[in-house]
Ligand binder design. Sequence first.
Ligand SMILES: Nc1ncnc2c1ncn2[C@@H]1O[C@H](COP(=O)(O)OP(=O)(O)O)[C@@H](O)[C@H]1O
Ligand SMILES: [Mg+2]
Length: 202
Amino acid sequence: MLEVRDISHFYGKEKILDNISFKLPRGSFTILTGESGSGKTTLLSIVSTLLLQSEGTIIFHNTPKCSIDTMRNRHIGFIFQFHYLIEHLTVMENIKMVTKKSKREILKLLATLDIDTLAHRYPSQISGGQRQRVAIARAIVNEPKYLFADEPTGNLDSKNSKIIFDILRSIKATTLVVTHDSSLILEDDRILTMRDGQLIKG
Ligand SMILES: Nc1ncnc2c1ncn2[C@@H]1O[C@H](COP(=O)(O)OP(=O)(O)O)[C@@H](O)[C@H]1O
Ligand SMILES: [Mg+2]
């Protein structure tokens, strides 16, 4: 379980996040939504250890005690709106770079995302939706306990966006995904909604 307790954040004197608390059950999938400027990226950055909060605590329960750097490197996967793949490396090489796993194991993972036939292509030779699936593969190849994604479908059409969200729902990690696109939310999804730096009910 991941527990967020009384998080507030300031940029200068401006309060951007106001006393936010929630829990993510182990292995759950949760969508963080809300209007542009409501504080989603700031909150996700804090929860995922990329940004240090002004106030409050993040508790990673049942995770071996380790430094925040080890936590970030070993237990957390990240996906961003832009894929950040390395253009002069193939799909396989982009993933091989971040893992000790064998090429065979990587191909197996790529197959689950339906992109195994693209292993030897370069990012410029595949579609936007495929690139984002490669970014997902890279984020989950080391089997992180936690997965965080900020507007991962921001550059994709609605069909590819739905595919990406179905993939994210199927991942075993405790997953928190930011989107402002309510058409991607399903009835059974856990949802956190932000407004003006606060979590609102419903
Ligand atoms: N590095 C920063 N410095 C100052 N203000 C920022 C910074 N990042 C974001 N903000 C402000 O914080 C508020 C929340 O931004 P953000 O977390 O990016 O929201 P969202 O992801 O929901 O669009 C906005 O008003 C934004 O202008
Ligand atoms: Mg944002």
